[in-house]
Design a protein around this ligand. Sequence first.
Ligand code: PHE
Length: 451
Amino acid sequence: MQRESFKSKLGFIFAAAGSAVGLANVWRFPYIVGQNGGAAFVAIYLICLALLGYPVFFSEILIGRATKKNPARAFEELGGHSLWRKGGFFTILTGFLISAFYSVIASWILAYLIFAFKGDLVHFVSDQQAEMYFKAFATSSYQPIIFHAAFILLCFALLYTGVRKGLEKSSKLMVPFLIIILLFLAFIGLSLPGAKAALDFYFKPDFSLITPKACLVALGHAFFTLSLGQGTMVTYGSYLNRDADLTKSCFPIALIDTAIALIAGLAIFPIVFSVGLSPSEGPSLIFYSLPLVFSQLKIGYLLAVLFFLLLVLAALTSNISALEPLINYLMDEKKWPRKKAVTWVSLGSFALGFPLLYSNFMHPKFLVFGKNLFDQISFMALDVMVPIGGFLAVILVAWKWGLHEASRHWIQPGGAIVQEKSWLKGYLWISLKYIAPLLLSLVFFKALGIL
Ligand code: PHE
């Protein structure tokens, strides 16, 4: 079976940007900024992206592009030992596990898009009322299941047709659309009365607010938002043509991802400030606070529809990228045709997400090691498995494969980028060899409660 590939460099950029830009940008980023001190946190986050995020992102794409194999095989080929293969497979599993809880949140968002269309999200008079509305939906006996199935079905449809017709085409369509909606929302946000307070909060740093915990949150986020440590970027890199310029392909993706997170803050903070709410609302921001805000604004109906449409698009292009590594693995290793692999992986994702749909609302006796199943799986995947996966990729490239060999795949036929701009090589290398392993270990030990 010939390996699939992206048709063009631009197609790759859109698909990878679609993966990177997800709920972490438009939902999580604004509230963690709110919870961790505003502008100062944004500054720390940008530093984390430069020190850790971008170099690891670059090296994962490089692993995929150099080997043209799924993460398990790619790790084995470069690591020269079958143990590395297990490491690669571990990252594939991480992506699959992430998709289990990611798709649950996405299915709630899909439901809210439909509720927004129906005009149901503009009648709230209090926070509690909005909360009760959400809980009534999320604990109802069949609605969450239907929306979860619908979301997985959408992913299935996009994945079924393959890399070019599915991943590439859909991202080329959805990512620009998403950007337009976001810009429009930011424009509206900035014309609201809360814009001044929001801009101050967002752009005037007060570094006394920064805690070590905030730094670790920023590190973890820089990692997750670029879809690292979970097989996704290795797989996408393996679909990138050999003649594509790596630096020029990777940089715009990190830029788009960062810009979208920043603009999402510009859209959300003014809305939140305009009605006197706190920006540190936490995860409930989109399901409780924003519907309350939409109910108080004249253009609330339009805002609600656009906002949830934006979130659905962001979640779709990310969730398919979390499932693609396992699909590709089954095609490569088990010689399954794409359609069979997509069908089983989608069914598996639905089955795995199923117990998570209600676990947030279960009786405390159903806790697993002190957390409900949803929190436990998201904690394991995000805080434990993702840093391990990233750590493996970094050690593989910087310590096992080595600078000399790796840069042979990095130099482009058209021009010797690495040698011409050796500061780039130096920067990436210091980060991959020393800074990234150290920082990833910190994130990992923090998750285990050792720090
Ligand atoms: N990067 C995505 C986001 O920002 C999350 C993601 C996770 C994507 C896992 C792919 C795989 O939301």
